[in-house]
Design a protein around this ligand. Structure first.
Ligand SMILES: Cc1cc2nc3c(=O)[nH]c(=O)nc-3n(C[C@H](O)[C@H](O)[C@H](O)COP(=O)(O)O)c2cc1C
Length: 225
């Protein structure tokens, strides 16, 4: 890759409450600002075993609805998804994966993609980077995305994570209230709650990560001599 060629980047993501989608958009803009050609591909979760409970937002009864997929997540099960054509075939210079954390793990839709033949076609021999989007927990999600991507022949090239503000208890209350109301709640149980979603500087964080990837992976200067 030289300064003259236009690098092709694919961003594959899944999103339930638009947080990973916002990160994917911010990263797409940042890649475009660095003269990359960007394709975004949103994985659709279509599995009838879980979608009826999970697709509702706001949720009538968040806790049981969110817990409905817990055993399957812990067992690393895969489910039915729809993969856009752009994430089934294509010759990209870099692939960026973005997944919310679901019960500490990579979300089932992204795991299902990474275990599919389509991911092998896209990732084999290619650099890839990973992003975790969550309330608080990211390390297992990132580790799983990396392992699965490498299994499909990808070359791991970087990772980042986005978490919300606040400590364990308050951020949990804030998130559960958000899942129930569909809008942020300012107070609960006499406590002031932190915002349930991405921190205000998430676009800056996305831009800094993308800048590093472009410099380190896509436009690495040729070694002289
Ligand atoms: C089924 C489910 C399980 C979740 N489990 C966790 C978890 O274990 N740890 C965590 O930090 N966040 C967890 N979350 C919160 C999401 O990771 C977080 O809200 C994320 O920003 C959602 O991204 P999205 O809007 O792109 O779907 C969970 C969310 C869902 C829907």
């Amino acid at each position: 890759m030289t300064e003259e060629t236009t690098p092709k980047v694919l961003i594959v993501y899944y999103t339930l409450t638009a947080q990973s989608g916002s990160v994917a958009d911010a990263m797409a803009k940042a890649f475009q600002a660095r003269d990359c050609e960007v394709t975004t591909a949103m994985i659709e979760f279509t599995d009838e075993r879980w979608v009826p409970k999970l697709s509702q937002f706001p949720m009538k009864r968040p806790f049981p609805q969110l817990v409905s997929i817990l055993p399957a997540q812990l067992r690393h099960q895969t489910g039915e998804i729809r993969v856009p054509r752009e994430a089934q075939e294509g010759d990209y210079d870099l692939v960026l994966l973005a997944s919310p954390t679901w019960w500490f793990q990579t979300s089932m839709p992204i795991r299902s993609y990474l275990e599919s033949p389509a991911a092998k076609t896209i990732l084999d021999g290619k650099p890839f980077a990973t992003a975790s989007i969550s309330r608080r927990y990211y390390s297992i999600n990132l580790r799983q995305q990396r392992k699965l991507g490498e299994k499909r022949g990808g070359r791991f090239s970087g990772k980042t994570h986005f978490v919300v503000a606040g400590g364990q208890v308050k951020s949990m209350l804030s998130w559960l209230a958000y899942m129930k109301d569909g809008t942020p709640r300012a107070r609960a149980l006499g406590m002031t709650l932190p915002p349930p979603n991405l921190k205000p500087d998430f676009e800056e964080q996305a831009r800094a990560f993308v800048d590093d990837l472009v410099d380190e992976v896509l436009r690495r200067p040729a070694v002289a001599g």
